[in-house]
Design a binder for this molecule. Structure first.
Ligand code: HEM
Length: 213
């Protein structure tokens, strides 16, 4: 039962900042409101990724380490799909890609895309890793590129850069102006900063406790 509540929390909690963003934008059932809803939902899911990656004690106790890892591994495809929808809807509403704010979103999106594909190919334990041909393929990539598991894991930290770029992207969006949307914008900024700091703390504590990580 506890697990059901937690899953509801992961999927429904983004509705709170979405409600604030839509309230101030003047809610209506149109593609502009949908673009905002998808953007905010994606942003909360991205922040949650750092939280899952930091393996919080209470969560691993409630769901188990394996489930928390698999949640972290399962959300990226949803994140990419929602971010793409958000971007396409913004473009269909007259926003342009050459604007600096939108460009930050584009760069964050491509970093998430590259990070997700490289994790799938190089180190994530997924359905694909069950197949022997995939293990051979993975070993071949490691041999050709001279990459090591440690280097690949370290490269995955580029996701932190993507998270920071996404944070900058939302902070300079007109819809996040503090005077206009103090609650919605603050929830997003505070949650992203908190999850990034949790992840940093986990990495630093891990290094201290386990030598190499
Ligand atoms: C894929 C490329 C992306 C493009 C082209 C894009 C474009 C935009 C645009 C034009 C705005 C509105 C700016 C304004 O009103 O001043 C916006 C806002 C926003 N974006 Fe993105 N974005 C992209 C990726 C992302 C990603 C990856 C996230 C989440 C991590 C995200 C989350 C948001 C949020 C939360 C807002 C504020 C709410 C809103 O106005 O929709 N965006 N984006």
């Amino acid at each position: 039962m506890k697990k059901v509540w937690l899953y509801l929390l992961f999927f429904l909690s983004p509705l709170i900042p979405i409600a604030f963003y839509l309230l101030v934008a003047g809610p209506s059932l149109d593609s502009y409101s949908a673009s905002i809803a998808f953007g905010v939902y994606t942003f909360v899911l991205v922040s949650n990724q750092f939280y899952f990656a930091s393996m919080p004690n209470w969560l691993t106790k409630a769901l188990g380490t394996k489930t928390v890892r698999s949640l972290h591994g399962s959300f990226p495809l949803l994140i990419l799909a929602l971010a793409l929808l958000h971007a396409l809807l913004k473009l269909s509403n007259g926003f342009i890609l050459t604007d600096g704010q939108a460009l930050l979103g584009v760069v964050a999106f491509f970093l998430f895309l590259i990070g997700t594909i490289s994790a799938l190919l190089l180190f994530a334990q997924t359905l694909l890793t069950q197949f022997p041909w995939f293990s051979t393929f993975r070993t071949r990539i490691y041999t050709i590129t001279k990459l090591t598991y440690k280097k690949v894991r370290a490269m995955h930290n580029l996701m932190v850069v993507a998270g920071i770029l996404a944070l900058m992207h939302i902070m300079i969006a007109s819809t996040s102006a503090l005077a206009y949307n103090p609650w919605g914008a603050s929830i997003l900024v505070v949650w992203m900063l908190y999850t990034l700091l949790s992840y940093l703390n986990y990495r630093l504590a891990g290094r201290k406790g386990k030598g190499t990580k």
